[in-house]
Structure formats: C-alpha cells, structure tokens
Design a protein around this ligand. Structure first.
Ligand SMILES: [Ca+2]
Ligand SMILES: [Ca+2]
Ligand SMILES: [Ca+2]
Ligand SMILES: [Ca+2]
Length: 522
C-alpha cells in the first residue's frame, strides 16, 4: 500500500456520456470538477470526451469510444491512463462492474495499453508503451482485498469473462477443382478460443449448375477444439467423359454453438472439366479435360454427284454444341463457281451425337476438266470444343474413277476424250491428208503427237514418202486436226505401198482410241 490516497486526479472538462466505475464496482456519472482515484475506470461514450488533470503539467483527454483506468506506475509512482478502444460495440458498464466485483483486474478487462502525456488517438494505441503489472498490484493499490476466496460473486466469473470476449466468427471458402477431384473446403474460425462446433451441408442452390450426380452430397458437424482455428470437410466430385463446362454447387454453414456467428456461411464448389482446373487429383493425374474436338474429312465424288461431307466430334457434351461450315474456292483450288453449288450453315451436335453431315451438289457436264477441287471450312465452334481439322478438300472427278452416288445418273462419270487417226489412200505422188479426231471436249488445250514410220507389215520404202511428225493441239471445242504426208512419184511399177501413221503422247487427260492409220500409195 503506497500513498495511493495521496495521488489525486480530477475531471477538468466532461462532455457527452461519461461514467466512472470505481475499484469497488460502483458506477456514477462523471461531471466536470469531480475527483478521481487510482483504480477508477472512466468510460467515454460515442459522442463524449473527458479531459483529466492527473497532477501533471498538462491535462490528458480520454476520447470518445474509449475506456481508461487510472493506475499508478510502480516504477515512477505517477498516475497513468490505461486506455482501450471500446469500438462500435460499446462497453457494458454492468459487465465491467461485475468483472471488477468478480476480482478481475479492470486493466485486463481492457486491452493493456498505457498512455503517455499526449491524449491518445485510436490509431495510435499500438504505439503506446506497455506497462507490466499484475491484478494483485493494481487492486491492492486500489485499497481492497484481492483474495479470490473472499469474492462472493464466483457465478459471474466465467460467464462475464466470456461475454467480454468477441464471439467466434466462421467463414467457409470457395474451391475450384478438376472433375473427379476431392474438394476440400476449409472453415475458418476467428475470435473464439473455446471448444465449439458448427454444422455444414452441401446443396444445389438457385443459380448452381451442378446436378445431383456431379458430386456426393456431404453434411455434418465440425468441432473446433480450444485453440483450433480451421477445420475442413471434403466433397467428392464425379468423373465422366462428357463436357459440361463449369458446374457449381453450394456449401452452407449453420448452427454455430456457444454464441458463434457466421461471417461468410456460403461457399461455392466449382467443378471444372475443360483442362483449366487444378491438379493433380486422385486418382489420376489431372487436370480433367472433357472438351470436344471437331474434324472434317476430305471427299471426292463423280461429277454430278451429291458430295456428302462428314464432320466428326471427338468427345461428348451435355449441352448442344454447334459448328459452322462453308464451302469456298481457295488459293490452290481449281474448281470454278459453276462446278458446284456452294453451301454453308450450322451443324448441331446434341448429346451423344458424334457425326453430322452436309452436302454439296456438283455440276454435271460433258467437258473433261480433270479433278477439280474446292474447300469446305469449319468455324465458329461452341465453347468447350476445339477444331482439330478445320478444312477439307472436295474433289470432283470426271475421268471415270470417281465414286458414287451419282445424282442424277447411274454411276461414275467419264468425260475423258479420245484421239483417233484415219487411214488414207492416194495415187503415187499425191499429198496425203490424215485426220485426227478428238471424241469429247476438254476445258483446256489437249495435244497429241503424230509421226510416220514403216512398220513390220508395211511394204513402202523410205523413198516412197516423206516422213512427217509433229504435235496437234486441240483447243476447247475443236474436234479434228490434220497433218499431211507427201508421196513420191517414180517411174517404176510397184504394187500398193503402205506405211504407218502413229499417234502417241496425248496430253490433258486424253487417251488414244485408234493409235495407228495406214497410208497407202496406189
Ligand atoms: Ca471428365
Ligand atoms: Ca465432365
Ligand atoms: Ca460429266
Ligand atoms: Ca466434266
């Protein structure tokens, strides 16, 4: 017992709601000019302030929303203020009184922070120097017995202390997982330190996209032992091979015990099957990727036929997926606009459908054009899919090698042309004219070589005619061309003399129907 009674303090100026709880737990309003003693707790309300004279050169002010205990610094013997921010919750004076009567050090009711001479601000509390002190010391200086056995208000001790602690606040997080993975939700408790529990449950809430088969529902109670701040629970997601996009479900917290409160009671579980989810997950390497892939195959058909392109989807999707197609003549293609009827549109793949088709009608004519190509292109595929092969070549065949169906018509189309040469007889000394005929027409020039020769069965001799050879070119629409061979006049009598004319090396897809003719000199 030092000279506590000799240390005097007083209220200089009091504004707003200010009360004093003395060391005996008695409450009274504080008014300007009133004396204060060590052990008094000054509680200033939200709008108030209390300017105090602590026997120093300058006064000190207890600001709004603050509680302060007048206390003797055992090192200096000076009176100091131990300050505590009350905050928006306020401070229940009755609780303070009961705590004091239950033997609790009033400075431990508050956060232990000592003020210097400068009136503190809330933000500055943490900068103040802490003063080491025990409950026995302070209460002894306050002038009454501190022996706990003498207290008659033991029933308050536990409940009051608890009431002054902040309640537990619970939150649950959001979790994203690869499909098939085990989701672990974490429930965090802040504030509470006792053994408490809270319930959790999964559900499919409004706005959620998951279905009951997408995860295994779970619910239960999480118990937080004293000092434990986090607990977890898991939800198993279901693996499949169908693209569903992000699917969500909800977890909710409920029924916290011991006055606990829920700060964030809703967590979202997101199941990802597009390869962007986290991994690894067990079993399996993760991340899961159920996205689909589209491809289109090349196609050829006989001219005039209806060409059917097949678009293949690898993988399946829960919702319809679409992809656009269009035909065009690209660089490198040799078809022309008239060779087929362009087509474009959208193909829809419902769940379970792996192929879709579209058709292109090709144009029939009698002109040999060889293989003509155009391009079919895929684009604008649905989300959750990719295009593995976006282009196909359509080839129109008119050389008799193309496949059916042929519409209209019976089968493979053949527009190839044929060359033939005729045989000519003339009197010795005459100029023979051989005619080469092309059967059919072609889009581009075609040519064929001709030459003369004396074959195994021929009777002419070299001197009987003048060899000729060359190339005949057939433009589009031209069906015949000619070449000549000059025969030799002599004075000897001879039987008919023969030689051979020969066609070879046709170009432009043409063939030779009759390769040889006979020149006969009478
Ligand atoms: Ca999957
Ligand atoms: Ca899936
Ligand atoms: Ca044709
Ligand atoms: Ca043709």
């Amino acid at each position: 017992m030092d000279n506590v009674e000799n240390i005097k303090a007083s209220a200089v100026n009091v504004a707003g709601e200010v009360v004093v709880v003395d060391a005996q737990g008695n409450e009274r309003p504080l008014v300007s000019g009133e004396s204060l003693a060590a052990g008094d707790m000054v509680i200033v309300g939200a709008e108030g302030s209390a300017e105090l004279n602590l026997g120093k050169s300058e006064t000190e002010t207890v600001p709004a929303d603050t509680a302060a205990v007048l206390e003797v610094d055992p090192n200096t013997g000076e009176i100091v203020l131990v300050l505590h921010s009350v905050g928006s919750e306020g401070l229940d004076v009755t609780d303070v009184q009961q705590a004091i009567l239950a033997g609790q050090d009033p400075t431990e009711i508050l956060e232990e922070t000592a003020a210097g001479n400068t009136p503190p601000t809330r933000a500055g509390f943490s900068a103040f120097q802490s003063v080491d002190r025990t409950a026995e010391e302070v209460i002894a200086r306050a002038g009454f017995d501190t022996a706990a056995d003498d207290r008659v208000l033991d029933p308050y001790e536990q409940s009051v202390a608890d009431a002054l602690l902040p309640p537990s606040l619970y939150s649950v997080n959001d979790v994203r997982v690869s499909e098939g993975g085990l989701i672990t939700f974490t429930v965090t408790r802040t504030g509470g330190t006792d053994s408490e529990s809270i319930d959790f449950a999964t559900s499919i809430a409004g706005g959620d996209s998951a279905e009951v088969d997408d995860f295994t529902a779970n619910s239960g109670t999480l118990t937080f032992a004293a000092g434990v701040t986090t607990q977890t629970f898991t939800v198993q997601t279901a693996q499949d091979a169908i693209f569903e996009g992000d699917e969500t479900f909800t977890v909710n917290l409920a029924n916290p015990t011991n006055g606990g409160q829920i700060a964030d009671g809703t967590g979202v579980g997101t199941i990802v099957d597009d390869g962007t989810g986290p991994g690894p997950f067990g079993p399996g390497p993760g991340p899961d990727n159920d996205t689909t892939s589209f491809s289109i195959g090349d196609m050829s058909i006989s001219e005039g036929g209806l060409m059917t392109f097949t678009v293949t989807r690898t993988g399946d999707a829960a919702a319809d997926q679409t992809i656009d197609f269009a035909t065009s003549i690209e660089a490198g293609d040799n078809a022309e606009a008239g060779d087929f009827a362009g087509n474009s549109g959208t193909l829809t793949f419902a769940q379970g459908v792996t192929t879709q088709t579209f058709t292109v009608q090709t144009t029939q004519d009698a002109i040999f054009e060889g293989g003509e190509t155009f391009t079919a292109t895929l684009s604008n595929n649905s989300a959750g899919s990719s295009i593995a092969d976006a282009t196909a070549t359509g080839t129109i065949l008119d050389d008799g090698t193309g496949p059916g169906p042929f519409n209209p018509g019976p089968g493979s189309d053949d527009d190839t042309t044929e060359f033939s040469v005729d045989s000519v007889s003339i009197s010795e000394g005459g100029l023979m004219t051989f005619t080469v005929t092309r059967t059919g027409d072609a889009e581009a020039d075609q040519s064929v070589n001709f030459s003369t020769l004396i074959g195994a069965g021929d009777s002419a001799e070299a001197a009987d005619f003048t060899n000729n050879s060359g190339t005949l070119t057939f433009a589009t629409g031209v069906t015949t061309q000619t070449f000549t061979v000059q025969t030799t006049q002599d004075t000897q009598y001879e039987d008919d003399e023969t030689f051979t004319v020969l066609l070879d090396t046709p170009t432009g897809g043409a063939t030779i129907a009759t390769a040889t003719g006979t020149g006969t000199v009478n």
